[in-house]
Design a protein around this ligand. Sequence first.
Ligand code: NAG
Ligand code: NAG
Ligand code: NAG
Ligand code: NAG
Ligand code: NAG
Ligand code: NAG
Ligand code: NAG
Ligand code: NAG
Ligand code: NAG
Length: 427
Amino acid sequence: MARVAVIPVLLILSFFQHKTLFSTILASGKEDIKDALRLRNVLWATKDDSRVILSWNNNLTNEEIKKYTVKYILSYKFFNTAKERKERLQEKEKIIRLQLHSGFNAKVKTQLFAKETEDTIEESDWTEFTYKAPPVYIQNLSCIIYNISFFNCTWHIKAEAPEDIQIFFSYKHVGKVFACQQYIKNARKKNIGCYMTQMHFQPSRKINLNITVRNLTNSSRGPSYYKSFTPQTIEKLNPPINVSVLTENTSIKIHWKPPPTIGSARKKCFLYQVKITDHKIANVTAENYKYPFHKPAKRCAAQVRVKKEICIANKIWSEWSEPVIIHDEKTMDILLLSLVLFCALAFLGGLLIHACRRYRCLEVLTTPVPHPSNNIKTWLADETHHQQHISMQMEMNSEITLETPEENRDENIQLQKYLKEFVLEDL
Ligand SMILES: *[C@@H]1O[C@H](CO)[C@@H](O)[C@H](O)[C@H]1NC(C)=O
Ligand SMILES: *[C@@H]1O[C@H](CO)[C@@H](O)[C@H](O)[C@H]1NC(C)=O
Ligand SMILES: *[C@@H]1O[C@H](CO)[C@@H](O)[C@H](O)[C@H]1NC(C)=O
Ligand SMILES: *[C@@H]1O[C@H](CO)[C@@H](O)[C@H](O)[C@H]1NC(C)=O
Ligand SMILES: *[C@@H]1O[C@H](CO)[C@@H](O)[C@H](O)[C@H]1NC(C)=O
Ligand SMILES: *[C@@H]1O[C@H](CO)[C@@H](O)[C@H](O)[C@H]1NC(C)=O
Ligand SMILES: *[C@@H]1O[C@H](CO)[C@@H](O)[C@H](O)[C@H]1NC(C)=O
Ligand SMILES: *[C@@H]1O[C@H](CO)[C@@H](O)[C@H](O)[C@H]1NC(C)=O
Ligand SMILES: *[C@@H]1O[C@H](CO)[C@@H](O)[C@H](O)[C@H]1NC(C)=O
């Protein structure tokens, strides 16, 4: 009976201890206290807007505290995650940022060590604690900074979110609060992202996002979710600039310059990747790359992309730079060869057409044509004839006229002249 009574007493004591610090106390978890030999912990949580303070106590006497080194093992895991975080602490509280998590399971145990030898004297059992936060209606939050001053954040609204809510976005950076400039909306007019331009970022100072849910029917404020980023870690760089290619005898050399960045622009911060058509992507830390280039089968292009890796961990690659065409001597040879081949083919084609025309002329000549000039006149009169067809026919007939008997010659020459003008006009 006495044991049961101890728990609320401890809770009440701790309540008064922390009441002055925090206005809200959400002791919304169950306290599951297990007996160790002598030691045990009591856990509770307090919440201010953006964080949960998990605290615990022990039932050591003052003498024991003086005599031994006291340490605590804290282990906690957010709901629906696999990662367990474990820490050894000397203080009796831990600030836990929920971000987009709807709660966590935690457990604490006390360890007593001898002051001189650091030998373990005693260890308590685990005391477990569950913290349940208000429901979280959004997931997959992701933000990028690009082109120095542009800032985009996007999120998904969970299916279980009530229909009558709206999501509002703001962030705090270097002491100033910025409201969203332009919301990105889904088909149901819900805000699912924010797009901001002309923002200024201090690369190493945190961006603290505040995503607040509002009830649209009674305009009451729902839960707020908080997440913070270091600007440098979410920067998507522009592609490398001034990419150029130099062709050497047995290799090609690609040069570029790093793009502008909000953070450090020291050379060693950048990691590049070079991509050449049909070749493996290569990682490069210098601002140039020599590619051993043996048998260029065809014209190919080089592209470079960049991210920060060495100075700051950043997973976001830039887009690839515009492809730069590689003019290898051998590829030029192929080009020349194709050009020659094309000319030859064109010449042969011309010959063939000419021969064919000749052949058909002969064919036409073998059939008797009594008054070719009359025929031409008829064609000229017939305006419905297809123009192309007419000119072709006329060309053929103009050749025929050259073969016509001597007495028609003068008339024919005149007609030919007329025809040529006609054809020219048509063209
Ligand atoms: C701490 O609690 C345990 C279990 O209730 C008890 O056995 C022990 O005597 C307590 N220690 C002190 C110093 O109160
Ligand atoms: C969104 O997040 C959920 C859980 O956090 C995950 O299962 C899902 O694959 C994510 N969807 C996308 C498109 O990233
Ligand atoms: C990048 O920023 C510059 C200057 O702010 C602007 O002129 C340019 O259009 C931007 N480029 C893109 C792709 O948004
Ligand atoms: C940022 O959001 C704007 C507005 O939706 C969009 O036009 C732009 O492409 C986005 N930029 C990136 C890099 O996602
Ligand atoms: C987050 O935004 C909401 C709505 O604008 C505001 O009421 C709340 O105080 C903000 N939280 C913090 C920690 O600034
Ligand atoms: C507003 O409405 C929601 C349900 O639509 C309810 O849960 C909430 O308590 C209401 N808030 C106020 C201040 O009336
Ligand atoms: C890139 O090329 C342009 C034009 O060729 C030049 O004006 C500029 O200085 C170059 N930038 C760098 C960083 O070399
Ligand atoms: C390319 O080869 C020629 C002769 O084979 C040589 O004279 C020239 O120096 C070489 N050029 C380079 C850049 O290696
Ligand atoms: C290139 O670097 C990236 C990022 O660090 C790494 O994931 C990848 O395995 C590297 N590729 C090669 C071929 O080294």
